[in-house]
Design a protein around this ligand. Structure first.
Ligand code: SF4
Length: 317
């Protein structure tokens, strides 16, 4: 069987099993195109968390990284949540351990703890509020002025939120090491190479939070748009610009090119690939559905605490 036929056979079997088992396939924007095309819904962390809450499917197969699948489980304890590979980690999640956080909290016992969604379930359980990059500013603004704030784990998002809100915060020095390369100098280099292009930044995942910080500072020029995937698609259709630089993980190029084929989308760095996201393949997605592996389990005492922090995140922005 040639490669094309093999892929088609796997896709057909995935769709058959999905129907048979009443499963929902959620895929993050950074998944490979073949998986995005099969999914019931493709989106960012917040969109996927919301979709997971709305479904009446019996099984949720989460094509993303482990902390996202944990979030789906926290919000849907009665559902079976599967992830096709347990190796789909996240360097930002790994930048803070439970011991680190407990020690930090002990130094600031009265602080409100604000955690970016890229954290493990046990870290979320120790946070007061969980945020995404699109609602972090609004949620931090809602904290009373006289309260001290600990912000974790993404230092770029923390610096951006501190500047936007004017709040003094203690910020954990974590970053997404995978995409430290998607930085200011690289963007300026590409803007010089493509002076007619507008810059699109997706405000999600640690790979682009440093761009938020520089954009807010005015360091990236005027034509910078910080938008969700659907916002990017709208912008590409509405503006006269024909070419866009995309400062985000390259997986996002697939939905953009599909939706606006008459525009050119150039990655700021074509090596900006999250290897954790790419641990999910058609083959392990098929195995996941067939054998119902790997099931995500969050202990109830952790889940209920993490749920409180997550509820604000899901309800705002
Ligand atoms: S892109 Fe960075 S922050 Fe996002 S999942 Fe990959 S390692 Fe984590």
């Amino acid at each position: 069987m040639n490669e094309g036929k093999k892929v088609q056979a796997i896709q057909e079997e995935i769709l058959r099993l999905k129907k048979e088992k009443n499963a929902l396939i959620l895929a993050h924007n950074y998944q490979i195109p073949e998986i995005q095309d099969l999914a019931d819904f493709v989106g960012d962390s917040l969109g996927l968390a919301r979709r997971a809450q709305e479904t009446d499917a019996d099984i949720i197969v989460f094509c993303g990284v482990v902390f996202m699948a944990e979030t789906a489980k926290i919000l849907n304890p009665e559902k079976k949540v599967l992830i096709p590979s347990l190796d789909a980690g996240c360097s930002l999640v790994d930048s803070i351990s439970l011991e680190d956080l407990r020690a930090w909290k002990a130094e600031h016992p009265d602080a409100v703890v604000v955690g970016y969604v890229n954290t493990s379930a046990e870290i979320k359980a120790e946070c007061d509020i969980c945020v995404t990059s699109s609602n972090a500013v609004e949620l931090v603004r809602s904290i009373p002025e006289d309260r001290e704030i600990l912000f974790l784990p993404d230092m770029f998002l923390g610096a951006y939120v501190a500047r936007k809100t004017g709040r003094k915060m203690h910020i954990w020095p974590g970053e997404c090491h995978v995409h430290a390369r998607l930085g200011y100098h690289r963007i300026r280099q590409m803007q010089t190479r493509y002076p007619d292009a507008e810059l699109l930044v997706h405000p999600e995942c640690g790979c682009s939070t440093s761009c938020l910080y520089y954009a807010e500072n005015g360091d990236l020029g005027e034509h910078v748009h910080i938008l969700s995937t659907s916002g990017m698609i709208r912008k590409a259709r509405e503006t006269r610009a024909k070419r866009f630089l995309v400062a985000t993980e390259v997986g996002i190029l697939h939905p953009l090119r599909k939706a606006a084929p008459d525009r050119e989308f150039v990655p700021v760095d074509e090596e900006a690939i999250c290897p954790y996201m790419k641990k999910i393949t058609l083959e392990n997605l098929l195995t996941s559905l067939r054998e119902e592996v790997y099931e995500i389990d969050v202990p109830e005492n952790i889940r209920t605490k993490a749920l409180k922090a997550l509820q604000a995140m899901v309800s705002v922005g």
